[in-house]
Ligand binder design. Sequence first.
Ligand code: CA
Length: 246
Amino acid sequence: MPMTLSPSALKASALLIVEDDRALLDALRPALGDVADLVLAAGSVHEAVAALAAHEAEVVILDLGLPDIAGADACREVRARTAAPILVLTARDSGEEKVRLLDAGADDYVTKPFATDELLARVRALVRRSRGTPAGARVLSTITDGDLVLDLEEGTAERAGQPIKLTRIELAILRTLASQPGRTFTHRQIFDAVWARPYGNPSQYLRVYMTHLRQKLEQVPATPRLLITDPGVGYRLELPVRRGDE
Ligand code: CA
């Protein structure tokens, strides 16, 4: 029998936290030890860059209020130096801010003030996700949900044995979302991946395609379980929970 790690046992090999608030850092450090074998700390983007040059962090927690570079620019700087998931700590909470951060390369964000448990849960989720899809290279090839079978490699789908016709664009959208299940892709990111050219308002354009996809793939298109909207931000693919196959 293969051993499976329970979510709470999942630990990053090394975690880098970039935060200039010493008191917050000291308060978080012991808890971060629960989700990472090695906890590295940096007080600025400059220090973070040095830390990333010396160590391979498996996940980065990045505060946006830093003394040298702040906001989405800090996120872009760190993203340029690591492929590790970035969890951003931000004081602002809005759909617009989330779009800005995701477009700047963040994987997820937590709004200050936050509960430590919430932060740890997000870190574990990012580690789990990044191990499931190493370097984004492995695209999930088959998704099954009840009587739906979706083969993304072959580009075919069927429900209860009946073929469902998917267009080239619909498949490209599905493959983009399936490259990182659970991750919200912004409208712009999906658009760039699928069309690779500027084309008016991506959110309106995408909405039409997502409606078609849901009608084809969801059991109940009005309450989707696979293709989830992150309002004002984008879309993500949620993998169905496997229901007792023994
Ligand atoms: Ca700060």
